[in-house]
Design a protein around this ligand. Structure first.
Ligand code: XLS
Ligand code: NI
Ligand code: NI
Length: 442
């Protein structure tokens, strides 16, 4: 592949700087100050921001009623290998100017699908060489890789859960390659999102058989990853519906149950996405806390949905209550290990200029930076945690401690209550007081 001339794709936009909350510059950070310490760790290391290739670089801003509106002057109207190389340069210029330390991609986002698997793999290898050179030039790293198992018509019935065994085999080959290139690029993780692993009607579906196949597929992936020495974390990303009516990875609890049932819980953690939580009828905080309770929270796809729209709108997060709640959970967990804050988000169809990509990411990063600072202040203040601790204090001694230690059963508890006659009085849950407390920090 020929060396590209040093072409600039975002002329007039300099490296985004931290200018502080008083700045009126739309292309500056007001709150995200990468090197600033929060609880002894830089904001950069706390948040580990990641740009998604599929939205930011490949998103055309089409919807089901209209074609793409995105103006991307570097696009030549083809999906050639040369175009793919140009896009890689675009991606890295964007991330460098933004100051994003990580990115994430699907195999087919970065390189075009070929006429057959062999050609697709060759295309991927060619672009991986470019990505690797760009990573080395900039120091930007791969948060996670994944395989696109949902765009091509072969995957219309699913991939690992397809009724067609050949499609399972094709998907296995594709994931094998995607793990290899993720490994080659030093990726810190690999995501499985069940793009079409679900059903549209149970009339034609053997649910048990499909779940068995999905588990077999993941076990093969775990075995393969060990055989090539890929140390990155595997994640599964819950989503209840879209494109199918029901996705098997419907929410955090369903994923945990599936992983446990098929003995995969030690090999995969969860990648939780805000908009998917909304679609599942949960809050992001619910999904995070459910994953954390099972010691299985790995990473987050940072976005937000529209509560009035029933699909995955993938908007950039701008709500301080949301990011505060997220960061309270992440800090409580002790921070990200391999995971990060991946902007699985796209600009609106009406925001079609390249500069809108900067506004969107800057806003998301600032909102998370504020969430981090607010969450850290709430923790330092201590009243919220203290309240929760006190709320459960009846479990710290007496009968509560005996129950937790497994020292008593129904017989002993009956004897205890016959003696007491009535349970000790309840105390108020103080929801409104706590809501006011959070507001004091925001
Ligand atoms: C789609 C998912 C997808 C995954 C990666 O809704 O969020 O983008 O994050 O396959
Ligand atoms: Ni996602
Ligand atoms: Ni999504």
């Amino acid at each position: 592949m020929k060396k590209s001339a040093a072409r600039e794709f975002f002329p007039g936009i300099d490296k985004v700087q931290y200018e502080g909350p008083k700045s009126k510059n739309p292309l500056a950070f007001k709150h995200y100050n990468p090197d600033e310490l929060v609880d002894g760790k830089t904001m950069k290391d706390h948040l580990r921001f990641s740009v998604t290739y599929w939205h930011t670089i490949r998103g055309q801003l089409a919807d089901m009623f209209g074609v793409g509106t995105a103006i991307r002057p570097w696009e030549d109207g083809t999906n050639s290998l040369a175009m793919a190389e140009t896009r890689a340069r675009v991606a890295f210029e964007f991330m460098e100017k933004l100051g994003a330390p990580y990115y994430a991609f699907h195999d087919r986002d970065v390189a075009p699908e070929g006429r057959d698997l062999r050609e697709s793999n060759k295309n991927l290898d060619a672009i991986v060489r470019v990505l690797k050179a760009e990573q080395e030039r900039t120091g930007i790293k791969l948060l996670w890789g994944t395989a696109c198992l949902f765009v091509h018509p072969r995957y219309c019935h699913g991939a690992a859960t397809s009724c067609n065994a050949d499609v399972f085999a094709y998907a296995a080959a594709q994931v094998k390659k995607a793990i290899e290139v993720t490994h080659e690029l030093g990726g810190e993780g690999y995501v499985f999102w069940g793009g079409r692993e679900g059903y549209s009607t149970l009339l034609n579906t053997d649910l048990k058989r499909e779940l068995d196949h999905l588990a077999a597929f993941l076990h093969m992936a775990v075995d393969y990853r060990k055989s090539v020495g890929f140390k990155g974390q595997f994640y599964i990303e819950p989503k209840p519906k879209e494109p199918t009516k029901h996705q098997y990875d419907s929410d955090a609890a369903a994923c945990l149950n599936f992983l446990r049932q098929y003995d995969l819980l030690k090999s995969l953690k969860l990648n939780i996405e805000t908009n998917h939580a909304t679609l599942a009828g949960h809050t992001m905080q619910h999904e995070l806390e459910t994953a954390i309770a099972a010691n299985a929270l790995g990473s987050i796809d940072a976005n937000t949905g529209d509560l009035l729209l029933g699909w995955d709108t993938d908007q950039f997060p701008t709500n301080l209550y949301l990011t505060t709640e997220v960061m309270l959970s992440i800090l409580k967990m002790g921070g990200f290990a391999t995971g990060g804050t991946n902007f699985d988000a796209k600009v609106r169809r009406e925001s079609f200029e390249p500069v809108d990509l900067f506004h969107a990411h800057i806003g998301g990063m600032d909102t998370f930076a504020r969430g981090l600072k607010i969450a850290s202040a709430i923790r330092k203040d201590g009243r919220l945690a203290e309240f929760v601790k006190c709320r459960y204090s009846s479990w710290d001694s007496g009968v509560g401690a005996d129950i937790e230690k497994g020292k008593v059963g129904f017989k002993e508890l009956e004897a205890y209550m016959l003696k007491q006659g009535e349970a000790a009085a309840n105390t108020s849950g103080r929801q409104e007081l706590l809501e006011n407390l959070i507001n004091d920090f925001i």
